[in-house]
Design a protein around this ligand. Structure first.
Ligand code: C2E
Ligand code: MG
Ligand code: MG
Ligand code: MG
Length: 280
């Protein structure tokens, strides 16, 4: 993007800028087409209770099935979808698909869906969520919406109001990527989140730096005193799992247990194990 930083007029002529701007436009056009042609897929990653290894739910994570590039990561296209507003129809599509898929899974399995600031800002957001729930027949208590701190940074009052309405339906609200922003903690006293998802950047250094475990311990303690479920993201090793278990975290999510998987694999997972939904 050419920003007016004093050099703005010249920057657009830099070949590099020109090329990245063109690539972006191209991506935007392709995204629109992909949306029309339903070239997206929703994959699901298990959320696991640390004390028992039970799957309590799954997180819906969108992917783009691209003809040449293969499966494209949301890290690539979500930022552009947000800037262009395409996140509104895309997010709605993901939510509908997630609710329909979750309907096939056992009643104690929840489904978590990521929500962008742009979506929450829509005045009919809560109504849209509620219609999708009733159309799919999924009980609201099985849906969890994940929001990041950036969602709350703007239009705070209206956004908080929407979150309260959603919560009054029985939908759970989780704070995603906790600790990555500047004021995660201050949002905890403005809204009664049901869950805190501690960002995986804290987990990476467990076993290497004692400070990492100390910070995780403090966040877990904070969550517990506020009666919020604490989940730790990005658990890749047994060392990390055991560390967050002993610090008192409730749940984990990460490659150690399972990467995000296509819906059919989740179907298989829940059919294979009838009584207890354990994998591993
Ligand atoms: P997120 O909501 O924090 O989702 C967790 C991300 O961490 C996922 O990346 C997941 O694949 C990755 N992950 C899980 N376990 C591990 C692990 O053990 N190690 C590592 N290194 N990574 C792990 P993914 O699927 O690429 O999604 C990236 C982000 O894109 C998400 O972060 C979320 O912010 C956004 N996103 C994905 N789907 C949607 C969507 O439907 N709507 C919106 N608004 N955002 C979405
Ligand atoms: Mg998330
Ligand atoms: Mg997250
Ligand atoms: Mg994260």
């Amino acid at each position: 993007q050419a920003k007016s930083d004093g050099r703005g007029t010249f920057r657009v002529f830099e070949p590099q800028m020109d090329e990245s701007a063109r690539a972006r436009l191209n991506l935007e056009r392709e995204l629109r087409e992909a949306l029309t042609n339903e070239r997206f897929e929703v994959h699901y990653q298990p959320l696991v209770k640390l004390s028992s290894n039970d799957v309590t739910g799954v997180e819906a994570l969108v992917r783009w099935r691209h003809a040449e590039r293969g499966l494209v990561s949301p890290a690539v296209f979500i930022p552009i979808a947000e800037e262009t507003g395409l996140i509104v129809p895309l997010g709605e599509w993901v939510l509908r698909r997630a609710c329909e898929d979750a309907k096939r899974w056992p009643a104690h399995v929840g489904v978590a869906v990521n929500v962008s600031a742009h979506q929450l800002r829509q005045r009919n957001f809560a109504t849209m969520v509620f219609s999708i729930l009733s159309e799919s027949g999924l009980d609201p208590s099985r849906l969890e919406l994940e929001i990041t701190e950036s969602v709350l940074l703007e239009e705070t009052d209206a956004n908080l109001e929407t979150l309260h309405v959603l919560r009054s339906f029985g939908i759970r609200i989780a704070m995603d990527d906790f600790g990555t922003g500047y004021s995660s903690i201050s949002y905890l006293r403005r809204f009664p989140f049901d869950k805190i998802k501690i960002d995986r950047s804290f987990v990476r250094e467990i076993g290497e730096k004692p400070e990492a475990a100390a910070i995780i311990r403090a966040i877990i303690g904070l969550g517990q005193s506020l009666n919020m479920t604490t989940l730790v993201e990005g658990i890749e090793t047994d060392i990390q799992r055991n560390a967050v278990l002993s610090e008192g975290a409730h749940e984990m999510q990460g490659f150690l247990f399972s990467p995000p998987r296509p819906a059919q694999e989740v179907d298989a997972l829940f059919k294979v194990e009838h009584s207890k939904n354990k994998v591993a």
